[in-house]
Ligand binder design. Structure first.
Ligand code: C5P
Length: 432
């Protein structure tokens, strides 16, 4: 049965050229057995007629806060919806929603619902990349709104670039996953029970003297998000962290400062672990001989000799026990894919989660991230901009699905078909 079957889905359509594709979204949702309630903005009707949705959807089009039979259509829609999807979502709708401004029935409904909301942006590349739009999208993601697309491709007026509405098939598939997830929230998905996971987080600090150190900008948020997600799925979590945050309930937290301390704690914990996730930004160099007293300015520029730190990930990769899954990270500022690919083989990891830390709304300090996962079998899987917790969820979903498949292959009673279907799906699609 389709995941959208029986669900009340508010289909918001705003005024962009891609509005015609919303007709196909509507039809697919109806085919899947959903109860579709179309809400059009005035702009949408410039591109597509309301009669089309009237004919296809479960209920007639609604457009106004005032002209409907229901005196409060937005609260009725918002309160009874299982999901609100906006396809296409224009910069105006995204901006109003992010700012909490209700300027029509669609934005009022978005503000009046507690159901999952999925926005599918579509606009010209310049608009999509405008800092105001990017900030509004990041705000919505932080609030738990799901964002599907946009994709790169042909745009209105013959232009090409990022900003094209995702295909109706991808939108409906994402909706299905989101509804399934809402019905079975990850914290209640105990698919990591019995697995012990070691996670490193934060940036190490390599002392020069008692008060100065060589450090980096890592906040530890991505590593802690992995710990929270793995624990909520039932894993036994050890987090080796440089930041003064508590771990999830039941987790073992080991506080460290330097690469050497992280190496010792991680190597000890990893010996019996089923999975090691090296999310920490470990310093690559450290002062050879930190002095015991504060370096004095009057003594001139200190001649600090540096030496490499132990490469924890590489050491774990070289001595990996059978079946252990090793996930490394690559924080890059350029040539992300090439550098990450080199790290994958050089460090003996099963996966490298790579990101461009200079990208907007991704990287060290913020609450969102955008990464590409490289798997040792050559797959390259992008995970688009989302909260760090959702990045952790998507990476763990992938790793666990691979593990299940691998275990299934070892079990002669299971067939190989599911495997090839999964691989071809994940290679070509962004992980939702
Ligand atoms: O080589 P680079 O530092 O870019 O590699 C990043 C990956 O390697 C991360 O997973 C990081 O945690 C790990 N690493 C490590 N020990 C080091 C340096 C990096 O485990 N000394």
């Amino acid at each position: 049965m389709s995941a959208v079957a029986g669900k009340r889905i508010v289909l918001g359509v705003s005024g962009g050229i891609a509005a015609y594709k919303a007709v196909e979204v509507c039809r697919r949702l109806m085919d899947g057995g959903a109860h579709v309630l179309p809400v059009l903005t005035r702009g949408a009707t410039r591109f597509v007629g309301r009669a089309t949705f009237d004919a296809l959807a479960s209920e007639p089009v609604r457009m106004s806060l005032f002209d409907e039979d229901d005196p409060i259509p937005h609260t009725t829609l918002g309160q009874t919806a299982d999901c609100v999807v906006v396809a296409p979502a224009t910069a105006r709708v995204i901006g109003a929603y992010a700012a909490g401004i209700s300027s029509d029935l669609l934005t009022a409904t978005l503000l009046a619902t507690r159901a999952p909301v999925v926005i599918c942006p579509a606009m010209h590349t310049e608009m999509w990349e405008h800092p105001a739009v990017a900030a509004n999208v990041a705000t919505l993601i932080q609030r738990g709104v799901h964002v599907v697309g946009p994709e790169a491709g042909l745009l209105a007026g013959g232009d090409e670039g990022l900003g094209r509405l995702s295909s109706p098939g991808d939108i409906v598939a994402a909706l299905g996953r989101i509804l399934a997830q809402a019905a079975n929230p990850p914290s209640e998905t105990p698919d990591m029970v019995g697995l012990s996971v070691v996670i490193t987080a934060g940036g190490t600090r390599e002392p020069m003297d008692p008060i100065r150190y060589i450090g980096n900008r890592s906040s530890g948020k991505q590593g802690h998000a992995f710990a929270d997600e793995a624990a909520s799925r039932g894993a036994e979590v050890t987090i080796v962290t440089t930041v003064g945050r508590s771990g999830p309930p039941g987790a073992t937290v080991v506080r460290v400062d330097t690469a050497a301390e992280m190496a010792a704690a991680t190597t000890a914990a990893a010996a019996d672990a089923d999975m090691v996730i090296m999310a920490a930004a470990v310093a690559d160099f450290r002062p050879v001989d930190p002095v015991g007293v504060k370096l004095k300015k009057r003594d001139g520029v200190p001649d600090v000799e540096l030496e490499p730190t132990p490469d924890i990930l590489a050491a774990l990769g070289a001595s990996k026990p059978e079946g252990q899954i090793l996930v490394g990270f690559a924080a890059e500022t350029c040539d992300v894919a090439a550098n990450a690919t080199a790290k994958l083989s050089g460090k003996g990891a099963d996966y490298i989660v790579a990101n461009d830390v200079t990208a907007e709304n991704a990287g060290f300090a913020g609450d969102t991230n955008e990464v590409v996962v490289l798997a040792s079998d050559g797959r390259m899987l992008p995970i688009g901009l989302r909260s760090k917790r959702d990045v952790a969820r998507a990476v763990l979903d992938l790793v666990l699905a691979d593990r299940k498949r691998r275990d299934g292959r070892q079990d002669p009673s299971s067939g190989g078909q599911e495997h090839s279907r999964y691989v071809s799906n994940t290679v070509s699609q962004e992980i939702q």
